[in-house]
Ligand binder design. Sequence first.
Ligand SMILES: Nc1ncnc2c1ncn2[C@@H]1O[C@H](COP(=O)(O)OP(=O)(O)OP(=O)(O)O)[C@@H](O)[C@H]1O
Ligand SMILES: [Mg+2]
Ligand SMILES: [Zn+2]
Length: 531
Amino acid sequence: MYQVIARKYRPQTFAELIGQEHVRATVENAIAQRRIAHGYIFSGQRGTGKTTVARILARCLNCVDGPAATPCGVCASCTETANGASVDVIEIDAASNRGINEMRELRENVRYRPARDRYKVFIIDEAHQITNEAFNALLKTLEEPPEWAVFVLCTTEAHKIPATIASRCQQFQFRQVSFEEVVGRMAWICGQEGIEADSEALAALAQAGEGSVRDSLSALDQAIACCGNKLEAVQVRELLGMFSLEAMGRTAAALKAGDARAMLDIVMELERDGRNLQHFSRELSRYFRNLLVARVAGPEPRLISATAGERDRLADTAQLFSEEDLTRYLQLSLDLFRDLQYSLQPRLQLELGLLRMIHAGRMVEVEEALASLGGGGGAEAPKPALNNKKTEAAGPAPVAPPVAPRGMAGDAKAKMLAALEELKMQFTVDAVSHSAVTESGGELVFVTPAAFRIAMSEKDLARAAEKAFGRAMRVKVTIGEGSAPAAGETVKATAMEASDAAPRALAHPEVKRFQEAFPGAQVRAVRDLKE
Ligand SMILES: Nc1ncnc2c1ncn2[C@@H]1O[C@H](COP(=O)(O)OP(=O)(O)OP(=O)(O)O)[C@@H](O)[C@H]1O
Ligand SMILES: [Mg+2]
Ligand SMILES: [Zn+2]
């Protein structure tokens, strides 16, 4: 008969147990010193070894050579306990035996000496499920236990055990088993079973278990049933509804680029391939959690459940973002996961959630920059205009009328044009004539339409500028509307205004601070508020 892997490989001794070192050490000591308590509470996440350790404890206590921390494994007591067939080891599933009658029976049963073994061990699984009356019955027994009685209450919800009971028991908190230990255990089991599994396939199985050994082993069973004796990461992930790092990386790339379109494409492909959108959002949260941890702590194996290669890739990606960004993305992905649980329109919800992430990254950048610019602006403070692409997102459109001496800008342009003519830089003459030019404090700023940018070599301009102004000048070229009014511009912009107001606006210190705060930002339009 086929036996599921989790049961077939249930550890029979402490040596086989993975994780839970603190439990193991204390219980082994207690046995060695013959200080056996009458009540134990084993609490913690499902599938981490509570029932397993309860049975190991029973074997340790009842082995003919015992009590011993390493039971012989061959005596009648050892083998029967392993099969769940020992009359003196009584397992009660409280989930199905919640009633007071069962506890009454148990109270009766406790009174009689063990049939064969040293101790009568009562293992009560899902102990939080027993009713109050049943707890009271149990309490009576725990208050005056016969010397041979040992109770082990196993529960995932220790807080539901009444304090009166808990105070009479020794408590052990079972922990999640580490990723690497689960992977190691599965690799060993695969070896025993003649299964070939690549390391990323085992990693996916371990990740799916989230620290529960049983869940990982169940996933392994499922994978073997579906893929046979050779487990590959791609198939295993598909089976478990998981996603590769590369697949998740696409969302990070889209976030980095502020590319909303790419995000929508990701959702489209998920739908097309029939992937489960909830699974995707769960994986997304895990992904951002790992990126955040990698950003804060580096590719730390104890904190990130992934292969060494995956951890390094996570750490590389994490460097593209700030800790604040990643914290925000994690929060938003958790919100998204939650919303998707109840959503009747998961696709829309997912699209909305992903687009929100893009905007979150952007908004905060702008907010922070605004904050760093100081609060002096108030209502008159220049407001950046958000745009679709991240590169343009920070393009401020200053609306404050700058105060700069008139005439000066025109002079600079004329001087430059003359110098360039003289140097016979015809292409540059053309480009500068389409540009807005301002000079202040030894710096020349050119705002040039994109089409002419290529003819604006900073070196050439600097050479011409030295000729025009009789001294070395710093030269800065930015792409913008230049001196020609923009086509389709809705604001009233005249050629005169653009060649005059624009350079003055650009020379304004507030605008300059903006441009420093948003490197690569473009001024897309300048409007003279006096009009
Ligand atoms: N610490 C562990 N070391 C090795 N195997 C483990 C461990 N924990 C669980 N397993 C595996 O998972 C199976 C289930 O474990 P066990 O029944 O002890 O979990 P549990 O903590 O009692 O879970 P639940 O809360 O669901 O009852 C075991 O048969 C074993 O194969
Ligand atoms: Mg159990
Ligand atoms: Zn034995």
